[in-house]
Ligand binder design. Structure first.
Ligand code: FAQ
Length: 328
């Protein structure tokens, strides 16, 4: 896609002031920044951080659900769950591809995760204890992901915004399948209904924390919003999410575990209680219930995949050599 502005000279003869003006113009006019465009180093750095951490979240996010593939209550539920987990792998791959266009190779991004230097979403450090958790993850976790990611379809960096379009379509299906699992359980025996309620009780707070710290404690938000990487603040998106899930939960016949949750006529939004931010910061520093387990599993999977990477590299080398011979 070409931007509808004057062609800008390429890297070697860049006049920084003119380049900055060109970049600012693209942002002001709500056009997309593309990989070959000049961009400020800090824009490149924060996008690489956000997009790669988003990719890591999709990959680590497969673990809590993969754990239930063998335990799904029917063949149909198993097939749906396998498809969902595969979708998450695909999302990780689109996002790593988008992140790579900013100049850092995928191996390096992956190494940052394996070394514990890059974050991934706090939510995936909580255990999935029962089948109802597959419902709560689909409804609340994918629901929060959609709320956060639909605006990212209009994010200012072209490859990221285009990856998000397809991801959001798949996430909406995921959210519905989660709601449907909870709905089925809520119509079942008292024990099944209680299992669904218990899953909501455990995932509600952590799902609200997926949107990140409160705006006053979000160091990246101001600049990311000025660059139109983020279109809404963490608190704005969290509020939209609460407003969306309250009626959905009523339709389930279940409750959200927050005694302070009530409609505020004046604001036109639901008020909700303070979240446990000490817990959130502990989780993102690596002290959540499953951080160690998630990282150990990821490192093990990476090591087990070494032969595949080696085989692919050897095959690519052989193909290149054959192509050279054919040319000669
Ligand atoms: N977890 O200044 P801010 C999914 C970090 S995908 C961990 O507000 P920012 C699909 C943040 O990185 C879920 N860390 O940061 C799925 C920063 O630290 P840093 C992932 C968090 O970037 C479903 C520091 O705190 N989605 O669920 C979290 O402006 C089911 C200060 O925060 C995305 O990544 C957190 N929750 O805003 C898969 C969406 N929140 O990096 C499988 C794209 C904040 O400076 C199964 N990302 N931090 O060291 C974003 O929209 C933003 O990056 C935010 C954070 C909103 C997450």
């Amino acid at each position: 896609m070409t931007n509808n502005v004057t062609e800008f000279p390429k890297r070697d003869d860049v006049d920084i002031e003119a380049a900055q003006a060109y970049f600012d113009d693209l942002i002001d006019r709500d056009l997309r920044i593309e990989p070959a465009d000049w961009m400020p180093d800090a824009y490149r750095k924060t996008l690489t951080r956000q997009v790669s951490q988003h990719a890591h979240s999709e990959i680590i996010g497969m673990q809590p659900e993969a754990n239930w593939i063998l335990r799904a209550p029917s063949l149909k539920r198993k097939a749906i769950l396998i498809a969902k987990v595969q979708d998450e792998a695909g999302h990780g791959l689109y996002l790593y591809s988008a992140a790579e266009t900013l100049g850092t190779p995928r191996d390096e991004l992956n190494q940052q995760l394996l070394d514990g230097k890059a974050k991934y979403s706090s939510i995936f450090n909580y255990p999935a204890r029962t089948w109802a958790d597959m419902g709560a993850i689909g409804w609340l976790v994918d629901g929060a992901a959609i709320q956060n990611q639909v605006p990212l379809c209009r994010t200012s960096y072209g490859p990221y915004s285009r990856a998000m379009v397809r991801i959001c379509k798949e996430e909406s299906f995921h959210q519905r399948q989660g709601w449907e699992i909870l709905y089925t359980l809520a119509q079942g025996t008292p024990e099944q209904k209680q299992m669904a309620q218990d899953a909501i009780n455990r995932f509600y707070g952590p799902a609200l924390q997926m949107f990140g710290p409160p705006d006053a404690e979000s160091p990246n938000s101001k600049q990311s919003m000025a660059w139109k990487i983020k279109r809404f603040s963490n608190d704005e998106l969290r509020q939209r999410f609460v407003d969306m899930i309250v009626p959905q939960c009523e339709a389930l016949g279940l409750e959200l575990p927050d005694p302070d949750l009530k409609w505020n006529e004046e604001r036109g939004h639901y008020d909700f209680g303070e979240l446990d931010w000490d817990e959130f910061f502990a989780v993102i520093k690596g002290h959540g219930p499953c951080n160690a387990q998630r990282m150990a599993r990821r490192r093990e999977a990476h090591d087990n995949g070494a032969w595949v990477r080696e085989a692919a590299a050897a095959y690519a080398e052989k193909q290149a050599a054959e192509a050279d011979t054919a040319v000669a």
